[in-house]
Design a protein around this ligand. Structure first.
Ligand SMILES: Cc1ncc(COP(=O)(O)O)c(C=O)c1O
Length: 435
């Protein structure tokens, strides 16, 4: 399948030479919060390109855009502007940013040599460089001998934190917290994804995050949120900390950041964690200003422009785009997009009760558990469904026993209708094959 054009959630492709249209319910593999070819991001990039402003700035020099983007991101973590956090804007990939976060936590803990352990969680994924691989339990290559180093004896993989149906943390989860509390002096960091989607789009219970925060503070463990997946809009905010009320010591973000208009990942760290040892962080190709222009434009789109700058919008801008830029999509469009996904999933579950199991996830990071012929959650079924969906005109991914749905925020009702049609065709085909 070749993708050759697209706008929003719609993708024009050719399959075996035949033209076709696809609704992308996974925002180009989770990267494009604004869908394809966002007009504002492109406009800002074009105008920057046509100017004489530097398209690249070496690490030895500053740039007003660095400070502008850093300050905008910082306000999401520190609205009162107390200067509690710092930002690193020099990583090109999420994996690089995760590694930088680990280095920062490691350096801060160096004064206590007994603090060597990293706590991570089962099913979690934190990247594909060595730091990311060592911190992840979810690695297809583990043990295959194909990875230079695939395990470290100081990384503990803890059970996925869960709550019962009544919202109480499970015994196993309480035991995890108790163990961390007991052995906390041995850990330099805990890393976790607030929504580890590879675990069938599981949402970590907020109560767990609260208690974990309390232990990490008391035991001086660095709490790292890997927000590569959920950050920058997919759950309605820039950072998950704004939803759960738990502030990490370090947050790592990428993907939605530039909405696919350039490679960049960022690390937001508490001031006490602002250093990592040389040579980590010296990235030669990390000064592309076009990626920063993109983040700045994505922030305009998600949060709305600075009111002082709104009068500078050109009069020829389409009125809807201008309106959206005044209010910000998180306020104006996100609830509508979530509502459309809610409704689509509810309709699918109602129409295919024997195939479509529980709904998982949050906001625009959603999962639909697929049931096998024995009516139990089935990985195989989810894999089949994801594969067949593509042939039927909708892109979803497999997430363990669920199909993963992570649409761009600007998805339209007609795109949702098309996606529903393609999902329906897929589910009907599965049902027919079962008979
Ligand atoms: C949760 C999480 N962390 C880290 C990464 C690594 O990001 P990248 O692929 O940009 O290196 C990913 C990539 O999928 C991810 O999902």
């Amino acid at each position: 399948m070749l993708a050759h054009a697209g706008r929003g959630a719609t993708l024009h492709v050719t399959t075996d030479g035949h033209p076709a249209q696809l609704v992308d319910l996974c925002s180009m593999t989770e990267n494009t919060i604004l869908g394809l070819n966002d007009p504002w991001v492109k406009l800002k990039q074009i105008s920057y390109l046509l100017s004489e402003r530097p398209h690249y700035v070496t690490i030895r020099m500053g740039s007003d855009l660095y400070y502008r983007v850093a300050n905008r991101v910082l306000r999401c973590f520190d609205p009162a502007g107390r200067g509690e956090y710092v930002v690193n804007l020099r990583e090109c990939t999420g994996s690089g940013a995760v590694e930088a976060a680990l280095h920062a936590a490691w350096k801060a803990a160096a004064v206590q040599p007994g603090r060597r352990k990293l706590a991570s969680f089962k099913g979690g994924f934190h990247g594909s460089n060595l730091g990311g691989i060592l911190a992840s339990e979810h690695q297809a290559h583990r043990g295959s001998g194909r990875v230079l180093v695939d395990r470290a004896d100081n990384v503990e993989f803890l059970p996925v934190p869960r709550a019962d149906d009544d919202g109480r943390l499970t015994e196993e989860t309480l035991a995890t917290l108790a163990a961390l509390d007991r052995d906390g002096d041995q850990y330099f960091a805990v890393i976790l994804e607030p929504i580890p989607w590879r675990n069938a789009v599981h949402v970590v219970p907020t109560e767990f995050l609260r208690r974990l925060r309390e232990i990490c503070t008391r035991k001086s463990i660095c709490l790292i949120f890997d927000e590569l997946q959920n950050g920058f809009g997919y759950t309605g905010t820039i950072s998950y900390s704004e939803i759960c009320g738990v502030r990490p010591d370090i947050a790592v973000m990428g993907k939605g950041l530039t909405s696919g208009h350039g490679a960049l990942a960022i690390v937001v760290a508490a001031r006490a964690l602002k250093e990592f040892a040389a040579p980590f962080g010296f990235k030669s190709n990390s000064g592309s200003m076009l990626s920063l222009v993109a983040v700045d434009a994505v922030l305009d789109r998600l949060l709305g422009m600075d009111p002082a700058e709104a009068p500078t919008l050109p009069a020829w801008l389409p009125p809807r785009l201008a309106d959206e830029l005044r209010t910000g999509l998180l306020e104006s469009v996100y609830p509508r997009a979530v509502g459309m996904i809610d409704e689509m999933l509810a309709r699918l579950r109602q129409r295919f009760p024997e195939l479509a199991g529980p709904e998982k996830g949050l906001g625009l990071m959603r999962g639909l558990v697929m049931l096998g012929p024995d009516r139990r959650p089935s990985e195989l079924r989810a894999a089949d469904a994801a594969r067949m969906c593509l042939a039927n005109g909708v892109h979803v991914r497999q997430a363990d026993t669920a199909i993963f749905i992570k649409p761009c925020m600007v998805i339209s009702q007609s795109e949702i209708d098309q996606a529903y049609g393609a999902l329906t065709r897929t589910f009907e085909q599965i049902e027919r094959a079962d008979r």
